[in-house]
Design a protein around this ligand. Structure first.
Ligand SMILES: [Zn+2]
Length: 469
């Protein structure tokens, strides 16, 4: 421990949980603040773990991994010498698997728990608190990073980064940008016609989605999201399942509108990703400079080839059959959901055949119950991939797509890998997930330690020691 004298400004900018503050009042006024600060960052040593590094098809032999501050400092098969101090935490791995935290590339932080109807009517303060509770659950499922593809998640992201609430790292897109009647336009028929320049709808006021019907309008909406802190921009280039007025086969934005979005995002050093199922919507988006396709379940062979040739990312998910059951029997939405679910059977083999850069994200909406199955949805990929390929996709591969946000990346540093110098987002798994992928479907039981940014959020090894006493 060493002593420093800090100015008030420095103090206010400092993480107060690490500081022991002594305030001296002299002559009735605040003249100086003396702080005794622990000059050493926290150290966590994982002893006797087998490492899945996010890439390899095999676990390492018995290994020790040292985390200092928010980074992995040393990985060694021999004991790591350590000066043990008050802020050193040693975790006896007991031969369990240490792996990178999971990444969900298609998440809607604000839209998991409310129903469709509730999003519009909920008070925003309440929405944020509910989303905060879900963010904590997300982290406790082992998802240490999410890419948010629509919804007003900027405030929650800030609260998580500041340590106000526990949750994953968030790469926010802000509002989904759509066209009149496109996917994400949840207005009712009585709200039509829209007056250009008129008052915003409730959906737009909350920052959930924004309607734009010309290149100029698109440019404004994109730039607004970038101003608010978007790390990438999300447009809906084709029809969607859950939107009441959006046929699945529709292609929405025109090429000049898409190009306006791409130009604005690229001027800001980042990229546009689009919601698109059909060949026409995917192809138009790629030709306009879009770098990532969300979903793609209805793509055909020439479209898959185009995605591969242009080196475009495909961010896709195996929608479960039950997702269709969320819509009333006989409804148009249910029919659309079934069409997309059937498309999944074709799209993964096409992605593999053409070696498309493929990312994983769940896209769970409007269901806390579904969200509890986040890991299970990932485990479903073993239908097409080996467990090692599945876990590599949800860690190191997903992290490559996160890095496409360039200088807008809010968490510079390596994610999705267990490597010296990488950010310390780590899971200690009770068993070998490369042999039994189902371990990730039950995180409460099998994720013994959850660490994000070097901070331990869960440690069942400590609980076990306490229980034994
Ligand atoms: Zn989505």
């Amino acid at each position: 421990m060493s002593e420093y004298v800090y100015t008030l400004q420095q103090l206010l900018g400092a993480p107060y949980n690490k500081l022991f503050i002594v305030i001296l009042f002299l002559g009735g006024c605040l003249t100086s603040i003396i702080i005794a600060q622990d000059s050493q960052p926290a150290i966590v040593l994982f002893e006797n773990v087998r490492v899945f590094d996010g890439k390899s098809a095999q676990l390492s032999g018995p290994t020790n991994v040292l985390v200092r501050g928010n980074k992995i400092e040393k990985i060694s098969t021999t004991p790591i010498p350590l000066e043990r101090s008050g802020n050193t935490h040693i975790i006896n791995g007991g031969g369990r698997t240490l792996m990178p935290g999971l990444i969900d590339m298609h998440w809607h932080t604000m839209l998991v728990r409310p129903t469709h109807a509730e999003i519009i009517v909920w008070d925003m303060g309440y929405s944020n608190l509910v989303a905060g509770a879900e963010a904590t659950d997300t982290l406790m499922r082992g998802f240490t990073t999410v890419r948010d593809l629509g919804g007003p998640s900027f405030g929650l992201k800030r609260a998580i980064d500041e340590g106000v609430v526990a949750g994953p790292r968030i790469y926010p897109s802000g509002a989904v940008i759509t066209i009149t009647s496109g996917h994400g336009d949840f207005r009712q028929p009585f709200e039509v016609p829209r007056i250009i320049g008129g008052p915003l709808t409730r959906m737009e006021q909350t920052g959930g989605s924004m309607v734009a019907d010309s290149p100029d309008e698109v440019r404004i909406r994109v730039r607004e999201q970038l101003m608010l802190g978007a790390t990438q921009i999300k447009l809906t280039a084709g029809g969607g399942v859950a939107s009441p007025h959006s046929p699945l086969d529709a292609t929405t934005f025109t090429a000049p509108e898409l190009r306006a979005a791409v130009e604005a995002a690229e001027n800001w050093g980042t990229y546009v990703t689009v919601h698109a199922y059909t060949p026409a919507s995917i192809q138009r988006a790629i030709n306009a400079g879009v770098k990532c396709i969300e979903h793609g379940q209805l793509m055909d062979e020439p479209t898959a080839r185009l995605i591969a040739e242009r080196d475009i990312w495909l961010s896709i998910q195996p929608f479960p059959e039950e997702a269709a059951a969320a819509f009333p029997p006989g409804s148009e939405e249910r029919a659309k959901a079934m069409e997309v679910i059937r498309g999944t059977e074709r799209s993964y083999p096409l992605a593999k055949k053409y070696k498309i850069k493929t990312a994983f994200g769940t896209d769970i909406l409007f269901s806390q119950k579904q969200a509890q199955r986040q890991g299970e949805l990932l485990a479903r990929l073993v239908r097409w991939y080996s467990p090692a390929e599945t876990l590599a996709m949800a860690t190191s591969t997903n992290a490559q797509l996160l890095a496409l946000s360039g200088k807008r990346n809010p968490y510079p540093g390596k994610l999705g890998v267990v490597e010296e110098g990488a950010l310390a987002d780590l899971l200690l798994v009770d068993g070998n997930p490369l042999e039994n992928i189902q371990l990730i479907a039950d995180p409460a039981r099998n994720f013994v330690v959850i660490m994000k940014d070097g901070k331990v959020y869960k440690d069942l090894t400590v609980e076990a020691v306490k229980a034994a006493r």
